[in-house]
Design a protein around this ligand. Structure first.
Ligand code: SF4
Length: 235
């Protein structure tokens, strides 16, 4: 590909991303960031949410709070079996309980308390590096904390966003979530990330569903590779 062709492709991709952002706001409304979640709560609940659904991880988080209140020191120093029992609905409790304790230990060691108030002052790459150095925290979890706690410049990619990005052609068909995250972060300004993230998930749940996308109802069909190719390929 020549330099001119490469630049034209990049410009076309940017226009496609802008179209998706604007069209989903027209279709679903504009989600407004209402103030951040507590980052330690978010971090623990995101660890609980790995490989399970929202209902189970929410129940596990609630049971953790019933057992220990909002006292992270009590969780950190509790017998591991007590934490495992509390978070059992989330599954994988043998892995998640030690990950929670190790994460709390690291935060307490680094910060002297259970807060991450320094993160908004850091450039996003440094905030992400700090979070991913915590036990059990990957890029997706770090990006969730940065976006949902601080409305920061990170774009977490879940299964809905991965599927829609691949089908529309914003990302290559086999791109993994970390690559898709970086593609979106390079295409649109950070001020769009919160609303776009929420609306892509709405779109994935209601229209661009995994097994049977409802393309005839879709406001993105004019720019969608999957639609243009008559649904010949699956993601
Ligand atoms: S046209 Fe179909 S495949 Fe493309 S985004 Fe819409 S629902 Fe998904």
């Amino acid at each position: 590909m020549t330099t001119d062709e490469s630049s034209a492709a990049s410009s076309a991709l940017q226009k496609k991303a802008e179209f998706i952002y604007i069209t989903l706001i027209e279709h679903f409304g504009e989600p407004i960031f209402q103030g951040g979640d507590d980052p330690v709560h978010q971090l623990i609940s995101t660890i609980l949410s790995a490989n399970t659904n929202d209902v189970n991880s929410g129940r596990a988080f609630e049971q953790l709070r019933q057992a220990f209140g909002d006292d992270w020191e009590a969780v950190r120093t509790a017998p591991l079996d007590a934490i495992k029992a509390a978070i059992r609905p989330a599954g994988m409790y043998n892995q998640k309980a030690p990950a929670i304790v190790a994460t709390l230990e690291r935060i307490k060691h680094d910060r002297g308390a259970y807060n991450l108030d320094h993160l908004p002052q850091l450039p996003v790459q440094e905030a992400r590096a700090y979070l991913t150095a915590l036990p059990g925290v990957g890029f997706k979890t770090a990006s969730i904390v940065i976006l949902f706690c601080f409305n920061g410049a990170a774009f977490p990619v879940d299964t809905h966003i991965q599927r829609i990005s691949q089908r529309t052609g914003v990302s290559p068909r086999r791109a993994n979530p970390d690559r898709i995250m970086r593609i979106w972060e390079g295409l649109l300004p950070p001020a769009t990330f919160y609303a776009l993230h929420i609306n892509l998930i709405r779109h994935g749940r209601r229209i661009c569903q995994a097994q049977t996308p409802r393309c005839d109802l879709c406001p993105l069909q004019s720019i969608c590779d999957y639609r243009q190719q008559a649904g010949e390929w699956a993601t």
